[in-house]
Design a protein around this ligand. Structure first.
Ligand SMILES: Cc1ncc(COP(=O)(O)O)c(C=O)c1O
Length: 395
């Protein structure tokens, strides 16, 4: 197999790039995958080599062939200037925010953000003298009314919101941010760089909780931040100064996950859409929150900007007692009850986010349940949900 260069890779389709990215069999005795380097110290041959720092690697925290392989594969998918690795998705969120914010700065944060990201703003960022204003995720270019010229240094987005599925007009918000010299940060975990090209849509820092679709097997924690050319130096330097790095076995799992991510996402998408459409026909379900459904409020923007959808969406049940919702969920055989998503297995999560919204009102009119549709046979999942819905209204 000939050595594949960066420019060769750029000419291939995304599935081919997922297979080839970050690999160099000739550099590793022909082995298909790069080795997993367990290490800390890197030895130099001479004092001159040590002090001149001429070695490719000097200390494992600053990079190994294993981390290089993943970063290069991910950089190719994101299409940015560089990628840093973090030990969880939340640490990728905090790394992105803290790399650009300083005391006295103002942050605009979507009201639909992942709860712990919001908690970070209310706790650590506030303590550091950074003020956060929450905005309606559907604000679009109206965000310009909220920008404080000179002090708004970052605008944070999550599209769609990972509980309530509002789609944001990322290009419009990015344009406003650019006019005001503010950095844009997007949590792109739902779509991954396969389904939404953050940098092409004007985003400076694209965050993914790799714990979800990148690893895809619910077996480790991982996060990435990809930077555009203008944001890269600051991100790289902040990440290095904080001493952030990821253990080699987890990077190996992430790289292994990348190889099949496109295939898995296609299955998640098809099954989720099948079930979302079926749930819409059910009298027990008042609403389905899924941006790929034509009557979803975010559908037009989703269709304009995204290349597909993944396996996570929510439903609002017709009003009923809590005990009935518990009976629905507790009796499910194939859906686990759990806080994560993005793995091969299906999950259900009842949620209430009224308390954590300040710029918008969350009043869905019935109990809300988030579903992650895994890789099981969709007909089995449908039967499980059908039996569950029957438990909402016992005879
Ligand atoms: C949208 C989103 N972003 C970030 C995170 C944080 O990822 P992690 O759990 O890997 O810290 C999550 C986790 O559920 C998430 O759903």
């Amino acid at each position: 197999m000939k050595k594949i260069t960066r420019s060769d890779l750029a000419g291939f389709g995304v599935d081919t790039r997922l297979v080839l990215g970050g690999r160099d069999p000739a550099g590793f005795h022909g082995f298909v995958n790069p080795p997993v380097y367990h290490g800390s110290t890197v030895l130099a041959q001479t004092v001159e080599e040590l002090t001149a720092r001429r070695q490719r690697y000097v200390y494992a925290r600053r990079g190994t062939p294993t981390s290089d392989a993943f970063e290069e594969a991910m950089r190719g998918l994101e299409g940015g200037a560089g990628v840093v690795l973090c030990p969880s998705g939340l640490s990728a969120v905090s790394t992105a925010l803290l790399s650009v914010l300083s005391a006295g700065d103002h942050l605009l944060m979507t009201d639909s953000a992942y709860g712990p990201a919001r908690h970070l703003c209310e706790g650590v960022l506030r303590r550091m003298g950074i003020e956060t204003t929450y905005y309606d995720p559907r604000v679009g270019e109206g965000i310009s009314d909220l920008v404080r010229p000179g002090s708004t240094k970052a605008i944070y987005m999550e599209s769609p919101g990972s509980l309530t599925f509002e789609i944001q007009d990322v290009p419009a918000i990015a344009e406003v941010a650019r006019r005001h010299g503010a950095v844009t940060i997007l949590d792109n975990t739902w779509a991954t760089p396969l389904l939404f090209k953050a940098h092409e849509h004007g985003v400076d820092l694209s965050v993914t909780a790799g714990t979800k679709y990148i690893l895809g097997h619910s077996d480790a924690m991982f996060g990435t931040v990809s930077a555009s050319a203008g944001a890269w130096a600051r991100l790289k330097s902040f990440h290095g100064d904080c001493g952030l790095c990821v253990g080699p076995d987890d990077i190996f799992l992430a790289l292994r996950g990348l190889r099949t991510m496109s295939l898995r996402l296609r299955h998640h998408e098809a099954s989720a859409l099948h079930l979302a459409r079926w749930l819409k026909t059910r009298a027990e379900v008042a609403r389905v929150l899924h941006p790929a459904l034509p009557d979803d409020p975010g559908h037009a923007i989703w269709k304009r900007d995204f290349k597909g959808s993944s396996g996570l969406f929510s439903i609002i049940l017709a009003p009923g007692p809590d005990a009935a919702v518990e009976a629905f969920l507790d009796g499910l055989k194939l859906f686990g009850l759990g806080y994560s998503w993005g793995g091969f297995e299906s999950l259900a999560l009842p949620f209430e986010c009224r308390e954590s919204r300040t710029a918008t009102t969350w009043d869905p009119g019935g109990p809300a349940v988030r579903l992650h549709i895994g890789l099981e046979d969709p007909q089995d999942l449908l039967a499980d949900l059908e039996q569950g819905l029957a438990r909402l209204h016992p005879a």
